[in-house]
Design a protein. Sequence first.
Length: 89
Amino acid sequence: MSDRLERLLAVALAYDEGSREAPRVTAKGQGLLAEKIVALAEENGITVEANPILAEALAGVELDDTIPVELFEATAEVIGFILRARQRL
């Protein structure tokens, strides 16, 4: 297995646009599992944003838990970027 694949990390978030609820971690994994998470997202038209530092921080959040307050700002920036990108389509 390559070093790149071993280091690959993916974290999936669920967020309802306009919701006052914090995003939840719905999937996470590294290596082959991370590749499957990314592939599944792409197959379903879900935007994938590469942000290794944020992914590393979110990897510590338990599945189905909301993100911690400390990660709100960084996560909001990514969600905002994704929402703006969708509007341009």
